[in-house]
Design a protein around this ligand. Sequence first.
Ligand SMILES: [Zn+2]
Length: 336
Amino acid sequence: MRIGLFPQFCPSYKTMNKLRELLQSNETILLDGAMGTMLMDAGLEQGAPPESWNLLYPERVQNVHAQYIEAGTRLIVTNSFGGTRFRLKLHKMEDRVVEVNRAAAQIGRAAADAVADTVIVAGSMGPTGELFVPMGEMTVEDAEAAFAEQAKGLAEGGVDVLWIETMSDLKEVKAAVAGARSVTDLPIAASMTFDTHGHTMMGVSPTEALEELSQLGLTALGANCGNGPAEIKAVIDTMHTLSPDTILIAKANAGIPKWEGDELTYDGTPDVMGLYTDQVRGLGAQLIGGCCGSTPDHIRAMRLVLDGADPVVEVMPETAVTEPKAKRQRKRRRRR
Ligand SMILES: [Zn+2]
């Protein structure tokens, strides 16, 4: 191997180093918040595929990334969550998978490269929405091919890492990793959603997830989405205790989702997410962000805490009671 020449000919070399440098510095890396709800605020209609905006309104997608970067995010996740052919087929876009994902990656890249700070671009790969045979109709080969196609687009568009997220089925994570590896040597991270009595919808426990995902050679693994910070904290606590050296991802929804009419709302304020950031960092997570319901305001509050501000501890009664009263008041005064 011609090591001296390698960097010049491998476009991912520099960015892989950027990610590794950030991780090895032991710095806590602030991820971004939700994308879908931000695009709805910008005019995306309910039921329309957010990924279509990568082609229709790239500047609006880039603007969401820019808002998160401005709030202090160091790793943005591309607008490609539903970018497999299974999901795009619902919108008759299944023949545009590579194009849609390439565009998502290019938009993220442009937003990241517009600032002087290092910002990592993570290529989102969400679930296909299908079940494997015999429960459903998807074969492992179908799944791998779908994720390979998506990863190809994301890699072509210049992402630094592939970001498999919101997974419930270990088999689907493995198919996504295998599919990605068949087309690119980019680093891969994966997180699952433990929203059903501390397990994923498919019954996977945090312990089982850690054990299985640890075998896949991932750069980082962890939990995202679900029922708010308390749920993610429990997952991180379990995973870090079992494997202190694993780089863990915590990307909690902003509080607990509630239906208001036909709209899902989240009760978590920026202060709630600030406190969660402090707690989940203490439990061992190195990559911390927000999922559904979190906005640049939430990310800004999280940035302040990571930069040394005291979190507002009164926002969660079950944790505040363990703090002496005088200390709690002092903390609040300092922050306000
Ligand atoms: Zn979510």
